[in-house]
Design a protein around this ligand. Structure first.
Ligand SMILES: NC(=O)c1ccc[n+]([C@@H]2O[C@H](COP(=O)([O-])OP(=O)(O)OC[C@H]3O[C@@H](n4cnc5c(N)ncnc54)[C@H](O)[C@@H]3O)[C@@H](O)[C@H]2O)c1
Length: 399
């Protein structure tokens, strides 16, 4: 596998950087997305998401003609799938995007091709997709390779981590695992760990569930400390001086497309056995409701004192610091809940220019106009906020 032709299905936060990194190795990559606007943007050498260093890389590989985008897959040696895997209302995984991506590549799939699913998926998904391909293209039975390789990059540092993180790679058979490992060797410098598809699928779910459980502990602590009149940040800092204690930082809740979603993929399949994983999800969801109540109480106190409703500046909408991703964002949930409760809210999000449901305000005007300043996300722009607001009421749910 020297210079395979690659198709990357799904050109979002994972698919686009991965496609660009592979293309930067002089490999021809066709990126496929269902959104024409995404395809057009990339073909102009531009990007539609915020990720450091990605614009320069995409511009370079598109100019060099190693990366092009299309709404239709073409014949390739390797097909990567990085489409969304959200959950439905009842917390059940929604595999419809992965299924349509697999169906989209079916007509161009040929003997010897390697299909790799990178989308975070419930255990058994690779086997299901293998069966789907075999059902619809029976002549290819046993003549193509399929593997699962989860993505564990950190938004904001994706380009570096794509290249340097270790990866767990699990094929539907040992030969599929080997093929996939051979492929990742072309662009990954981290270690490539071989396993089977089920273990690789579960590995990703477990990584994020582990983070969720640890954050739930910190979030629960923050609520206890509030009642106990103890500064939770100081407490955690002190406790972490213990050589074997490492408590994470509490926040507005837990958001994003991964940690807030993936644990449900375990809970939905193993409801009786996954008690702690479910409870962590519930605690982290509750934390956002608790934050909403704290802000409402502050607003009520203001109203009682000044006999008018306060204006509340909500600083940050993204699900974590220094990115523009609003998916499953607790900060967005808090802001929308306050607006829905008829509070006068000035949302501030330096990483997002426009949001359909409300106006996004500039930080300085929000700090000047609002009566209550609430930090919901620890963006760099908000570090000195407390110093700028003098006597105004200030609540921060992040360190
Ligand atoms: N974003 C992360 O930090 C992260 C980290 C690890 C794993 N993941 C997982 O990676 C997968 C992709 O996540 P993402 O953040 O890149 O999502 P995304 O929403 O940013 O991008 C997905 C892209 O796929 C496109 N798409 C949807 N259906 C398609 C189809 N049938 N054919 C072609 N394109 C299609 C969408 O238009 C979109 O551009 C998910 O399973 C996610 O859980 C994401």
């Amino acid at each position: 596998m020297n210079k395979p032709n690659v198709v990357m299905v799904g050109l979002g936060y994972i698919g686009l950087p991965t496609a660009a990194l592979i293309a930067s190795r002089g490999i021809n990559v066709t990126g496929v997305d269902i959104h024409q606007k995404v395809v057009d943007t990339i073909n102009k050498g531009e990007i539609h998401i915020v990720e450091p260093d990605l614009d320069g890389l995409v511009h370079h590989v598109v100019k060099q003609k190693y990366l092009c985008a299309s709404t239709q897959p073409c014949v390739a040696d390797v097909y990567l799938i990085a489409v969304p895997t959200p959950f439905r209302e009842n917390n059940q995984p929604d595999l419809s995007f992965v299924e349509s991506a697999v169906k989209a590549i079916l007509p161009t799939l040929s003997e010897g091709a390697l299909v790799i699913i990178e989308s975070t998926s419930p255990v058994g998904t690779t086997k299901k997709m293998n069966a789907l391909i075999e059902n619809m293209r029976p002549e290819l039975k046993g003549k193509f390779f399929i593997a699962y390789c989860p993505e564990r990059v950190l938004p904001g540092n994706v380009i570096h981590e794509l290249e340097h993180n270790d990866r767990a790679i699990g094929g539907i058979s040992p030969v599929s695992t080997d093929k996939a490992v051979e492929f990742y060797k072309l662009f990954v410098k981290g270690e490539l760990h071989k396993t089977n598809a089920r273990t690789a699928e579960m590995c990703k779910l477990v990584e994020n569930s582990s983070r969720d459980v640890q954050i739930a502990f910190a979030n629960e602590l923050s609520i206890i400390c509030d009642k106990a009149d103890i500064d939770v940040w100081e407490l955690i800092n002190l406790a972490n001086k213990h050589p074997r204690v490492n408590i994470l930082q509490p926040g507005t809740g837990v958001g994003g497309h991964c940690i807030a979603v993936d644990p449900w993929f375990i809970v939905s399949e193993f409801p009786e056995e996954s008690k702690m994983i479910r409870m962590a999800r519930e605690i982290n969801n509750y934390k956002s409701q608790w934050v909403i109540e704290k802000i409402k109480n502050e607003a009520l106190n203001f109203e009682l004192k000044y006999n008018r409703k306060p204006t509340i500046a909500c600083l940050g909408l993204a699900f974590k610091p220094n990115i523009d991703d609003l998916r499953e964002s607790p900060a967005l949930e808090v802001t929308e809940a306050l607006i829905a409760s008829n509070f006068c809210v000035m949302p501030v999000e330096p990483n997002v220019k426009k949001y359909d449901n409300f106006t996004i305000h500039h930080l300085d005007s929000a700090l000047e106009t609002a009566d209550i300043i609430v930090t919901l996300v620890g963006h760099d722009e908000f570090i000195d906020v407390k110093k700028k607001i003098n006597e105004k009421a200030f609540l921060s749910f992040v360190n």
